[in-house]
Design a protein around this ligand. Structure first.
Ligand SMILES: Cc1ncc(COP(=O)(O)O)c(C=O)c1O
Length: 375
């Protein structure tokens, strides 16, 4: 079976919306069915489910070259980052959080929620469709505690220069949190090589699972210094201690978790990550570059307004085109069986390894038909 045949949606649709939700693989369906079977046949197999939780932790760790003890398995990026925020002290000499204007709003919202706790949020503004490095250099200073950046912007596909920003932050003594939701699964990520202190992401998009599953990487040297006040029984050193009289957090990144894990999603996540690893992030990156390259070429040849950078090293698996009636364009494309999405005035076209040139041809044909909506 070819990889594409593992995704039934391609029998009926041209699916190009992985930045919102990855396509459902047969393996994902089987994983959910297995969950229901285990539940039906075994009733309450919590030992098995805790094993799945640990297997998921190892799978996430393997994807980003972390150690399993550096990974918290959570239900959303919002939870991961809120738990991290609860462990930060904004009353010392460092109280600033530098946030890029390319962040998914949950990031800005969580950091602004810390202002009653002493945090000051400093935004790094975009200059058109990019954020020049000098703007980060201007914003990061000796009072900066954390720099919170996305790997790829969910609105326009622009990729930030993570290593350069980490370098700027570390030279000033600030930590870096990388939001890798829009990249993990589409390219190799190595937290040690990138030297990020924290990394958050989830499975909904390019890791081929559903919502309700995410993770947080915390660099191991920082673990003893961070004590989240967001807590729960799955954050305890011994989950099954059942001690109502004390809080004894795990020394590992598990202290950033909360309560019962999203068990059905663990099954799907393990299946999704297995599929990604069987192809390999480096090969996926190559395949995504071929498809995004063909989309850009088709758009540029026709004079359409490409919002994402032309240079493939400066964008992710998301190509944005400007439209003056983007909601209508998404609707008309859907009528032609092409699934894409929009943010701002941008049409977002986001392929994964399962897309190919025939998808690009159908997309370009349909866009040509509706070109009056492009600018
Ligand atoms: C880059 C990025 N970060 C964070 C999120 C939100 O994650 P969650 O809903 O798991 O909190 C999204 C969701 O689309 C996203 O694209």
């Amino acid at each position: 079976m070819s990889y594409r045949e593992c995704f039934p949606i391609f029998k009926n649709k041209t699916y190009l919306n992985s930045c919102s939700q990855g396509a459902l693989a047969i393996d994902g369906q089987l994983a959910y069915a297995q969950y229901l079977r285990d539940w039906e046949e075994q009733g309450s197999p919590w030992e098995l489910w805790v094993e799945k939780l640990e297997a998921t932790r190892h799978a996430f760790a393997g994807l980003v070259n972390a150690e399993a003890d550096e990974v918290a398995v959570t239900g959303s990026v919002s939870h991961s980052v809120s738990a991290l925020a609860s462990a930060l002290d904004f009353h010392g000499p460092r109280h600033k959080v530098v946030v890029s204007d390319f962040e998914f709003p949950t990031m800005g919202q969580i950091w602004h929620a810390q202002t009653p706790r002493g945090a000051k949020v400093v935004h790094v503004p975009a200059a058109g469709n990019s954020i020049p490095l000098e703007r980060f250099a201007d914003a990061i200073d000796d009072q900066t505690l954390l720099v919170s950046i996305t790997h790829v912007c969910y609105r326009n596909g622009v990729m930030l220069d993570v290593s350069a920003i980490v370098d700027l932050a570390h030279r000033k003594g600030a930590f870096v949190l990388l939001d890798a939701y829009q990249t993990l699964g589409t390219l190799p990520i190595d937290v040690k090589a990138l030297k990020v202190d924290f990394l958050a992401g989830g499975t909904l998009k390019y890791l081929l699972a559903s919502s309700g599953q995410a993770y947080l990487y915390v660099r191991k040297e920082l673990l003893p210094t961070l004590q989240p006040t967001a807590a729960g029984w799955f954050t305890q050193a011994n989950i099954f201690a059942m001690d109502n009289n004390a809080h004894t957090p795990s020394p590992t990144a598990r202290k950033f978790e909360a309560g019962s894990p999203p068990v059905p999603n663990l099954y799907a996540t393990l299946a999704g990550i297995k599929l990604i690893q069987s192809i390999g992030p480096a090969r996926i990156q190559q395949e995504v570059r071929e498809v995004t390259g063909a989309i850009k070429e088709g758009a540029l040849k026709r004079g359409w307004n490409l919002v994402s950078p032309i240079d493939p090293t400066q964008h992710g698996a998301l190509i944005a085109l400007r439209s003056h009636k983007v909601d209508l364009l998404v609707k008309w494309l859907a009528e032609d069986g092409i699934i894409v999405s929009s943010r701002d005035n941008n049409l977002r076209i986001s392929p994964h390894f399962y897309n190919n040139q025939s998808d690009v041809n159908r997309l370009i044909d349909s866009l040509t038909k509706h070109k009056q909506l492009l600018v």
